[in-house]
Write a protein that binds this ligand. Structure first.
Ligand SMILES: [Fe+2]
Length: 313
C-alpha cells in the first residue's frame, strides 16, 4: 500500500514537472529561431487591400515588451491563442494591432525577438510606437522595422488612425493632423484611434497621471466630436474600459509584459478581439492564463501578495 502511494506521488510529481518543462520549451525554441524579415506596417496594410464586406474582426494587444524571457513566453502563448481565433469561421480576422511597447528597451535584440514573435502570428501585424520602443540610441530601429510612428489606413468600412503620444504629449501640429484624418474618416462607418498612452489614468493606485496635462481632454473631445468608436492604448499593463461620451477607451497592456496590478483589477495577460458587424461593433477580452512555469515563478506570488494585503489591511 505504501509502495503504491509512493508510486502515485512519484508519477504525479513527474507529470507536473513535465508540464512545467512543456510550458517553458516554446520560448527556448523562439530564441533559437532565425530572425525572419520584418513585415513593415505598409506591407501589412497592403495585405488588407481587396477585402470586401462589412463584417470582420481585428485583434488589439499592447505591451509585449519583447526581450525578457517572462514577456516572450507569455506573448508566445497569446500568439498561439490568437491564431485559433478564427476556428469557428464566424467572422474573418483581418489583422492584429499592437498598441505600442513592442520591446523591453528598444534594443536590436528586443526587436529581433519581436519580429520572431510577429512571424508566429498568422495574421498581418500592424505596430504602433510606445515609449520604450525608441529608448536611447535605438530610435531609428522602429522606423526601419515598422515605418512611420503616425499613419492611417482603411479596412473595409472602418478607418484607423495611429497617433504617437509615446512622449506623453500631443502637439498642436499632431492635433491638426488628427483632425484632418478624422474628417477623411467620416464617410466610413467606424473610426478607431490607437494611441499608446491612455488619456485617462486606468488605475488610481498607479503613478501614471495624464490628468495633469491638457492633451487628454483635447483628445477625448476631438474623438467625441468625430464619433470615434474606440480608442486603444497600452502603457499601463492591465485591461480597462472607460468611456467619455459615446467613445470607448480601452487600455490593453496585457500583451506579455509582467503586470504588477492585482488580477481582479485588470492585471492579467490578455488581448482584445474587436468585432465589426456592419454598423455595430463590440469587443471581447480574452484572458490568458500564463505559461505554467511563469505562473509558478511570478503570477502565483503576485496573487498571494495581494491576497495577503487584502486580508491584512
Ligand atoms: Fe509598457
Amino acid at each position: 500500500m505504501r509502495m503504491k502511494r509512493g508510486l502515485v506521488i512519484k508519477i504525479t510529481s513527474l507529470s507536473f514537472l513535465a508540464l512545467i518543462i512543456y510550458s517553458f520549451v516554446p520560448v527556448i525554441v523562439l530564441y533559437f529561431q532565425q530572425v525572419p524579415p520584418a513585415l513593415s506596417n505598409e506591407a501589412a496594410v497592403k495585405k488588407l487591400a481587396g477585402k470586401t464586406g462589412d463584417r470582420f474582426e481585428f485583434i488589439v494587444m499592447g505591451d509585449n515588451h519583447s526581450g525578457l524571457i517572462f514577456n516572450d513566453s507569455a506573448a508566445l502563448k497569446l500568439a498561439r491563442r490568437i491564431n485559433r481565433e478564427d476556428r469557428f469561421r464566424k467572422l474573418p480576422v483581418d489583422f492584429v494591432m499592437i498598441a505600442g511597447d513592442l520591446t523591453l528597451r528598444g534594443s536590436g535584440w528586443d526587436y529581433a525577438i519581436f519580429i520572431k514573435l510577429c512571424s508566429r502570428i498568422k495574421y498581418p501585424v500592424i505596430s504602433s510606437l510606445g515609449n520604450h520602443d525608441d529608448d536611447g540610441a535605438n530610435a531609428e530601429l522602429f522606423k526601419n522595422i515598422a515605418g512611420e510612428a503616425e499613419f492611417s489606413f482603411v479596412n473595409r468600412n472602418s478607418y484607423f488612425i495611429v497617433i504617437d503620444n509615446s512622449a506623453g504629449e500631443i502637439t498642436n501640429e499632431q492635433f491638426a493632423w488628427l483632425e484632418e484624418e478624422l474628417k477623411k474618416s467620416m464617410p466610413y462607418q467606424h473610426r478607431f484611434v490607437i494611441a499608446h498612452k491612455p488619456p485617462f489614468s486606468p488605475y488610481q493606485q498607479s503613478w501614471y497621471r495624464p490628468e495633469l496635462g491638457s492633451w487628454p481632454l483635447s483628445l477625448m473631445k476631438l474623438c467625441e466630436r468625430y464619433n470615434v468608436d474606440m480608442i486603444f492604448s497600452g502603457h499601463e499593463h492591465m485591461f480597462k474600459e472607460q468611456t467619455f461620451g459615446k467613445a470607448r477607451y480601452i487600455t490593453t497592456g496585457g500583451g506579455g509584459m509582467l503586470t504588477h496590478f492585482p488580477r481582479q483589477d485588470g492585471g492579467f495577460l490578455h488581448y482584445v478581439v474587436v468585432r465589426v458587424y456592419g454598423d455595430y461593433c463590440d469587443y471581447e477580452v480574452r484572458k490568458i492564463f500564463p505559461p505554467l512555469w511563469e505562473f509558478l515563478a511570478y503570477y502565483m506570488w503576485k496573487d498571494i501578495f495581494y491576497f495577503l494585503v487584502d486580508a491584512i489591511y
